[in-house]
Write a protein that binds this ligand. Structure first.
Ligand code: NAD
Length: 358
């Protein structure tokens, strides 16, 4: 049976990088049924909403969603609900995508592209498991009001609510422990339990879940320490389990370890294995339309889609191997360029990965 993929390129560099990923998928010789739809700023322009009902329906009915990026400064002044970035939050919520998996892997050819010393990042291979549907990003109440207490009573203020329930923490913890079983059997759970009630509940719950995984070592780490360890000794980390806001920040920090945000894939999964697969970066308006963006994060996201949602491990391996081979050949987009390498465009990188498929 053919696999049904919703292809949502989005804004900025989204269409350019998506074209490369689709090119590579089409070269696998498999039966994919791909259907395109607007999302983000382009969807607002064409349909009046960043996540039109037709796009949401397509996503819900597909086996997996391949997503480019959203964000367009022209729509920054719209009310929050209509801004391009709301599309991604809406998809996560409607599809029940509670688990975000972001590998941070340093290809040996790119150790020089990292801002850290090669010995710190060489061989790095960690996985950040971030909870996606709760925390301060979705917690209510939220809003603006006049302060009745605090440091400046009577002043205008804004507030958000950080909250997690036990079942929410349990299910994401299980994703992390299961992932750890397939890796090096170690989970580092990141919180701020010395300050936040939410984090104390997080820590208690993760500790409880860990009893079901006696073969996996669990350690707890405060977010400030984790931010430090990630640049001091990142190879000591393997699976990093954390909540929505801490994970957002840590995964971007981890991206820098690998040399470029243009290399980082990501998967968001629900409990039915349906997923949304997207590069970790945004729409990069500064380089959009120039055919210079790095498409590898999107190509590797397509590989994660094959592995995690479509049960096509061999094809996922083929794509990942092809990316490694292209890097070995010395081909680089501008963001990962180094001396002695050959600079290629976004489309040339896509062509090279397709040609390197075995
Ligand atoms: P960004 O990730 O778009 O860009 C940050 C920097 O990295 C820029 O200098 C950009 O040129 C570079 N970059 C990003 N991807 C690259 C690639 N594939 N190849 C080469 N260089 C790359 O983040 P930003 O500038 O903070 O945000 C731009 C827009 O994207 C905003 O509207 C933001 O809201 C949105 N955004 C969307 C997502 C998403 O769709 N998941 C994520 C983050 C930001």
């Amino acid at each position: 049976m053919s696999k049904h993929i919703a292809v949502l390129p989005g804004d900025g560099i989204g269409p350019e990088i998506m074209e490369q990923a689709v090119k590579v998928l089409n070269a696998l010789g498999q039966d994919f049924e791909m259907e395109w739809a607007d999302v983000g700023g382009v969807a607002y322009a064409n349909h009046g909403h960043p996540l039109p009902q037709s796009t949401l329906d397509l996503a819900m009915q597909s086996d997996a969603v391949l997503f480019g990026a959203v964000g367009d400064f022209r729509y920054d002044t719209l009310e929050r609900a209509l801004r391009p970035e709301q599309a991604i939050l809406g998809l996560r919520k409607h599809m029940g995508l509670f688990a975000n998996l972001r590998p941070a892997k340093c290809f040996k050819e790119l150790t020089g592209a990292s801002t850290l010393r090669p010995e710190v990042v060489s061989g790095l291979d960690l996985l950040i498991v971030r909870e996606l549907t709760g925390d301060i990003y979705f917690g209510t109440p939220r809003g603006r009001r006049t302060a009745v207490d605090g440091n400046f009573p009577g002043a205008p203020e804004a507030f958000d609510t950080m909250r997690y329930s036990v079942p929410e923490v349990e299910r994401i913890a299980r994703v992390a422990f299961e992932a750890a079983r397939k890796r090096n059997k170690k989970v580092t759970s990141v919180d701020k339990a010395n300050v936040l009630e939410t984090s104390q509940l997080w820590r208690d719950t993760v500790t409880e879940v860990a009893r079901d995984y006696p073969d996996v070592t669990l350690e707890h780490m405060y977010i400030d320490n984790a931010a430090m360890q990630l640049v001091r000794a990142p190879k000591a980390l393997d699976v990093v389990l954390t909540g929505n806001i801490f994970g957002d920040i840590l995964s971007d920090e981890a991206s820098m370890l690998t040399g470029s945000i243009g290399m980082l894939a990501s998967a968001s999964l629900n409990d039915k294995k349906q997923g949304l697969f997207e590069p970790s970066h945004g729409s990069a308006p500064d380089i959009a339309g120039k055919n210079i963006a790095n498409p590898i994060a999107t190509i590797l996201s397509a590989a994660m889609m094959l592995r995690y949602s479509l049960d096509m491990n061999d094809e996922a391996d083929r794509i990942e191997d092809a990316v490694a081979r292209v890097l070995e050949q010395g081909l680089r987009t501008g963001d990962i360029m180094s001396e002695g390498c050959q600079r290629v465009s976004c489309s040339e990188m896509g062509d090279a990965v397709r040609a390197a498929l075995r």
